[in-house]
Design a protein around this ligand. Structure first.
Ligand SMILES: [Zn+2]
Length: 329
């Protein structure tokens, strides 16, 4: 069973989340493996994508925001794109495009940052937008301040959180064929700084009472957690082992139906919009070569088919065809 737990360190401006995804993660892998075109993910890609999924859940769990958090890696190597989308209610989906063979023990750089051109983007796409509103997006390279490639996804994201959000963050991430799990520790943001979260502590205050020291101690404890421990131990055991000397306030965990879970938001209507976006000529060009326009959802594997009659109807009166509430046909 998948689960998400949040906690606070009593009296300290430090919070944490821990997630274990089982069914939600294996469902993503199962759908991919059953896709006859791609087949399953090579192991290093599976690990990267699983770590991205857990990181996406952990980040979503720490922002007050109604909409999708989208974590993307735009690669310059054999993996061109990896995308994870986590909604506010923790419905999630993920996919990666593997364009060339991936070495058996490839690290992050060998998959997505071969020439140091890889990028990592985090987008917050609100559910309700005011007219003209663009989603918020931050992008970071996959190299450090000295231009050296970063070997671990957790470091890329820690760097991102510090640079873009002024949030000190420690992440431990791991994934295998059955579990994707992660631990996040974060120093609560300073007052008045422009970042994604609420704020609790003012800068002056903080130095006075030496709060950095507390965060640093907790971050070191968190970093001592090993991948196998994260993947195999239950949440209570992990928290007890790491933080047995630190009083924690734990919140009601999200379990069962409320836990992070796989769900795809694709629909025939969205695919229809995309075909209309291609234009009538392009659609006809496809239909000249094959009996249907076939679109497969990269996230869930669902196949959408539009035969020449369906396609013609889309272009006769797109406004009517795509009006909200129109039944898919
Ligand atoms: Zn889908």
């Amino acid at each position: 069973m998948s689960e998400l737990h949040k906690f606070l360190f009593d009296g300290l401006p430090v919070r944490g989340s821990i997630v274990r995804l089982t069914d939600g993660w294996t469902e993503i892998l199962r759908r991919r493996a059953s896709n006859s075109e791609h087949g399953g993910y090579p192991e290093p890609v599976r690990t990267m994508l699983g770590e991205m999924v857990t990181a996406g859940v952990l980040m979503q769990s720490n922002i007050k925001f109604d909409g999708a958090l989208i974590l993307q890696i735009m690669g310059d190597g054999p993996v061109k794109l990896a995308v994870v989308e986590v909604q506010s209610d923790f419905a999630l989906r993920a996919t990666a495009s593997v364009m060339a063979p991936v070495p058996a023990h490839a690290n992050l750089s060998q998959m997505v940052n071969v020439t140091n051109q890889g990028r990592c983007a985090i987008t917050l796409d609100p559910k309700v937008k005011f007219p003209g509103q663009q989603p918020y997006q931050g992008v970071v390279p996959l190299f450090d301040d000295q231009g050296q490639p970063i070997a671990r996804l957790s470091e890329v994201l820690e760097h991102y959180m510090l640079q873009s959000e002024q949030l000190d963050t420690t992440l431990v991430l791991a994934a295998d064929a059955n579990v994707a799990a992660g631990l996040l520790i974060q120093r609560l943001p300073l007052q008045g700084m422009g970042n994604l979260s609420g704020s609790m502590v003012s800068k002056g205050n903080e130095d006075e009472i030496g709060l950095n020291e507390h965060y640093n101690r907790i971050a070191i404890l968190a970093s001592s957690l090993k991948s196998e421990e994260l993947l195999t131990l239950d949440v209570d055991t992990i928290l007890r082992r790491l933080f047995w000397e630190e009083p924690l306030t734990r919140f009601e965990p999200l379990l069962g139906d409320a836990a992070p879970r796989f769900a795809c938001s694709c629909s025939r209507e969205r695919v229809a919009r995309m075909i209309v976006g291609l234009g009538a000529d392009e659609a006809q060009g496809i239909l000249a070569e094959r009996p249907d326009i076939e679109v497969a959802c990269e996230f869930c594997g669902m196949q959408y088919r539009f035969d020449p009659i369906d396609a013609a109807r889309l272009f006769v009166d797109p406004a009517q065809q795509l009006a909200p509430g129109t039944k898919p046909h």
